[in-house]
Design a protein around this ligand. Sequence first.
Ligand code: T4K
Length: 375
Amino acid sequence: MSFDDLLHVGRPNLGNREKFLSLVNEILDRRWLTNQGPVVKMFENTICEYLGVKHALTICNATTALEIAAKALGIKGEVIIPSFTFIATAHALQWLGVKPIFCDVGPRTHNIDPTKIEALVNENTSGILGVHMWGRPCDIETLQLLSSKYNIPVFYDASHAFGCSYKSNMIGNFGSCEVFSFHATKIINSLEGGLITTNDSRLASKIDKMRNFGFTDFDKVDELGINGKMNEISAAMGLTNLECIDEFIAKNKANYDLYRKYLSSIPYVKLIEYSAEEYFNYHYIILYLDTVNSKRSRDELISILHSNNILARRYFSPGCHRMMPYQTMTDYSRLDLRVTELLSESLIALPNGQSIDDDDIAKICSIINNFISSH
Ligand code: T4K
C-alpha cells in the first residue's frame, strides 16, 4: 500500500500546474524571492478584490499571523477563546505570554458560545478571539456588542473560512482583523501561508511593519517586529490556487452533497449543516456520531476507517484545555465546557477535496453503514 492509495483528510488542492510553474520561472529569472515581491503584491491585491476588504497582508503561516495580529492589537493579560479549536489558536496567545481563557462552544454552531463569554470577562481581559469553525461564521453581531460593551477588541481566527460569508459579506471584513491559513490542507494553499485582513488602515500599517522586523525604510526601525513575511513561491502557489477557488468549492459541495445522500438513511450519524443563506467553502466534511444512543465509540469507527486506508481525523480532540501546557494550568472550577467535551468525543473529519471521487465516498459511507448496523 503506497501513500497515494490512502484517502486522507487534508490532501492539498492544486490549481493550474503550468501557471504555477511559469510564475516560479519568472520569480527565478527576476531573482526577487521574498520581502514583498511582485507576486506577493499581486496575491494581496487579488485577495482584496475577492474579499472586498481594504487590506490583505500575507504572512508566513496563520499561527505567526495570529501572534502578529494580537501584538498589533495590544493584546495582553487574558483573551477569551473557544477551547474547541486547533491548538494553534491557543498557542499563538500563550507564546506571547497572554493567557487563553477557554470558553465553551454552541452544540449546533461549534463556535464560541456568546452567552458564556461575559462570565469570563474580568479586569485582565484584553480581547475576544472567535474561531469560524469549519468556515461557519461566529455570531459576529453579538461578539461585536460584547466588544463595545467591555471596550476590548474582537478578532477572528478565520483559518477555515476563506470563501465564506456572514450576512452576505465575505469573512475577512469583521472584527478588528481576521486571520486566515493558507496551509497545504486548506481550501486555498500557498504551501505554508497565512493572511491578516482588516479595514482599519492604521492597524494594517502597524501589521505591515511588524511582519518585517519593524522596518519602515532602509536601516530605520520604528517598533518591535518579527519575520512574518510570505515568500514569492508561496504567493505564486496561493495566487494560482485562488484562481481556481470556484472549481474547488464546487467539487467540495458536490462531495458534501453525495456524502449527505449516502449518510442520510444511516441512524445515529449526521453531517454538520451549511445554511443556504451564506457562501461556504464546504471544505470540512464533519460527521457527528451520536455515541450515547448508538452506544458506539467514535474512536472505534476511526480505527475501522484507518484499517480500510481511510485516514479520517478526530478534529479537534481533545479540547485545547486538555492539552499541554493548558491541562496543568487550567483552573477547572472556572470551566464549564460540556459541549467541547461532547464534540471532541463525537466528531470525525472525513476526506474531501479534489483528490476524492464518488467511488471513494460510496466506500467510506458503506464502511460507516456497516459499523452502525453491525451492532
Ligand atoms: N487556527 C485553526 C483553527 C487551524 O485549523 C489552524 C491550522 C491554524 C489556526 C494554524 O494555521 P497554520 O499556522 O498551520 O497556517 C493540520 C494542519 O497542519 C493545520 O494547518 C490545520 N489547521 C489543521 C486543522 O490540520 P495536522 O496536525 O492535522 O497535520 P497533518 O500533518 O496530520 O496533516 C493533515 C492531513 O493532511 C494528513 O492526513 C496528510 C494530509 N496532507 C498534509 C500535508 C501537509 C497531505 O496530504 N499533503 C500535505 O502536504 O494539522
